[in-house]
Design a protein around this ligand. Structure first.
Ligand code: GLN
Length: 540
């Protein structure tokens, strides 16, 4: 098995995830079995307990792990499911070492930070590779070289290289600023990053140069000389309008060939056709579809970030491309509709509205008002998780006349808990067992005949990924159905409502799902419900 470590230089957010995914996609196109591992250096055992504004989306795997959004990138670029063994944090690594120590697993020896912690890291990397029967394991180390938090992971990379020199390489993804006042691309920060990496005992084999523009020859040669690599191993990675362009930019620079040569790997084929075709569609849209995403995890200080909804954004884009168009997304904070109710009319400017997952009371009533508006005005609506729960509450309040309809999450004393705790969840909250205790991962769902959902999927049984504590209260099913809400997807094992919709005759597209379909959408395999949502949006 071969291992490619991907580390970051100069600053965070430089694109290690997309680099890792793109190298993986290229190697896969050459016929190799590839998997990717994400290392997050923080103490949290998983990403589930972190605020999405701070950390971005929590990506849920089929086996119910709450991971980093980069795992989502791997799944999208490698078109494969990644499972819990491929995700580790410092917390998780230490937890295993300590549990093993308590179980006498180290046979009475003194357990040391080095080498026992790096050894646990290496074990996990190898396990992930074996589990995926991979020829190549890509390992992305979070953070930036030179910071304190990720040293033990770099130490694991160094040790692996020492023991298997022919099987391990390191890719440094670094940033080259073009300061406005100078107007020239500067290489020095990257030179320092390569040296800082040297100080941990690691020589970069490839340097990926992220910048607003493409790296030119003089700077390529300069970096090669000062960072101790061949000029062909200095790769230009300029900003692009779509991340799916990156594999093609890398292919033009023979990145996969360089990597394979270093690792003595041979290509079995070279099938770039799907990526080329996708890029052609992305670059030649027939028109633009206007989609509003109403949420709340957007702003940090003076900056608006959409990282918290990255899979939703990607899924909408994939679906737009599948319809031959591009999607223009507009972020709306639902609190705006509480402050200025008249603003709600702006929703009629959109072809479709999405309410993604979320937690808590902030912006709840703004969302309810938005859903009421799009239901009545027949604007295509797609509600994801909380977006289903709120759609059901809106319908209960305004179509069934249950004025106090609510969710226990926001109003624990409501007389009409249309959305209530799932079995066992209330106890977990009371005892503060928050981490990893929601309903997580894939569950089956059976679709009703002739429903919008069934038509989209084209099959009766589906499996989708979940992350929630609350569910539709079965006591209210009858009244909801009587007033015209179709409960079109049911988990028969636990008797849970998983999909609600309005019939086509009543509304062009009004669908809520208790799961997160966005996690299963891939650029080369868009999700059927998103696809039909966009199709309906285009008809408006
Ligand atoms: N807050 C809701 C619940 O826990 C919805 C969760 C979500 O949207 N992911 O059930």
């Amino acid at each position: 098995m071969k291992y490619i470590f991907v580390v970051g230089g100069v600053m965070s957010g430089v694109g290690k995830g997309v680099t890792t995914s793109s190298i993986g996609a290229l190697l896969r196109a050459k016929g190799l079995a590839v998997t990717a591992v994400k290392i997050d250096p923080y103490i949290n055992v998983d990403a589930g307990t972190m605020n999405p504004i701070e950390h971005g989306e929590v990506f849920v795997t089929v086996d119910g792990d709450e991971t980093d959004q980069d795992i989502g990138n791997y799944e999208r670029f490698l078109d494969t499911n990644i499972t819990a063994v491929n995700y580790m944090t410092t917390g998780r690594v230490y937890q295993s070492v300590i549990e093993r120590e308590r179980a006498m697993g180290y046979k009475g020896k003194c357990v040391e930070v080095v080498p026992d912690v790096p050894n646990e890291i290496i074990d996990r990397i190898q396990r992930a590779g074996k589990n995926a029967k991979a020829d190549v394991v890509l390992i992305e180390i979070g953070g930036t070289v030179g910071e304190y938090q990720n040293v033990l992971f770099l130490e694991a990379a160094r040790t692996m290289k020492l023991t298997q020199p022919r099987n391990v390489i390191t890719v440094l993804v670094s940033y080259l600023p073009v300061p406005g006042a100078i107007g020239e691309m500067k290489t020095k920060p990257t030179q320092f990053a390569a040296r800082t990496l040297n100080a941990t005992g690691i020589q970069a084999d490839l340097i990926v140069c992220r910048s607003v523009q493409s790296l030119d020859e003089p700077r390529r040669r300069k970096l090669a000389l000062f960072c101790n690599v061949a000029a062909e191993d200095v790769i230009a990675a300029p900003d692009v309008s779509s991340i799916y362009e990156v594999p093609i930019i890398f292919e033009q620079q023979k990145v996969a060939e360089r990597v394979m040569k270093k690792l003595s790997l041979r290509a079995k084929k070279n099938d770039m056709a799907p990526w080329n075709k996708l890029l052609h569609t992305i670059q030649h849209p027939k028109r633009e579809v206007q989609i509003a995403v109403i949420g709340k995890y957007f702003s940090t200080g003076n900056f608006v970030l959409s990282d918290a909804y990255i899979s939703v954004i990607e899924a909408i884009k994939h679906a737009a491309w599948a319809n031959g168009v591009s999607a223009k997304l507009t972020w709306i904070s639902s609190e705006e509709y509480e402050k200025t109710p008249a603003r709600i009319k702006e929703l009629s400017n959109f072809d479709g509205v999405v309410v993604p997952g979320g937690f808590g009371a902030r912006g709840f009533e703004g969302n309810i008002a938005a859903i009421k508006y799009v239901r009545e005005k027949k604007i295509p609506y797609f509600g994801l998780c909380y977006g289903l729960q709120m759609a059901v509450i809106e319908f209960a309040r305004h179509a069934c006349g249950i004025k106090s309809a609510h969710t226990l999450e926001v109003d624990p004393k409501t007389p009409d808990p249309i959305v209530h705790f799932m079995p066992g969840q209330a106890e977990k909250i009371l005892t503060k067992k928050y981490g990893g205790t929601m309903r997580l991962g894939s569950y089956d769902c059976t679709l009703a005949k002739n429903s919008v959902a069934r038509t989209a999927y084209g099959q009766e049984k589906i499996s989708e990924r979940h992350r929630h504590r609350y569910e539709v209260n079965n006591k209210y099913r009858e009244v909801l159905e009587k007033k015209g809400l179709v409960l079109s997807g049911i988990n028969t094992e636990f008797d849970l409502v998983e999909i609600v919709e309005l019939p086509r005759a009543v509304h062009p597209f009004f669908v809520g799902v208790q799961f997160h379909p966005e996690f299963q959408s891939r650029p080369l395999r868009p999700h059927p419900l998103f696809k039909d949502f966009i199709k309906a949006a285009l008809k408006g």
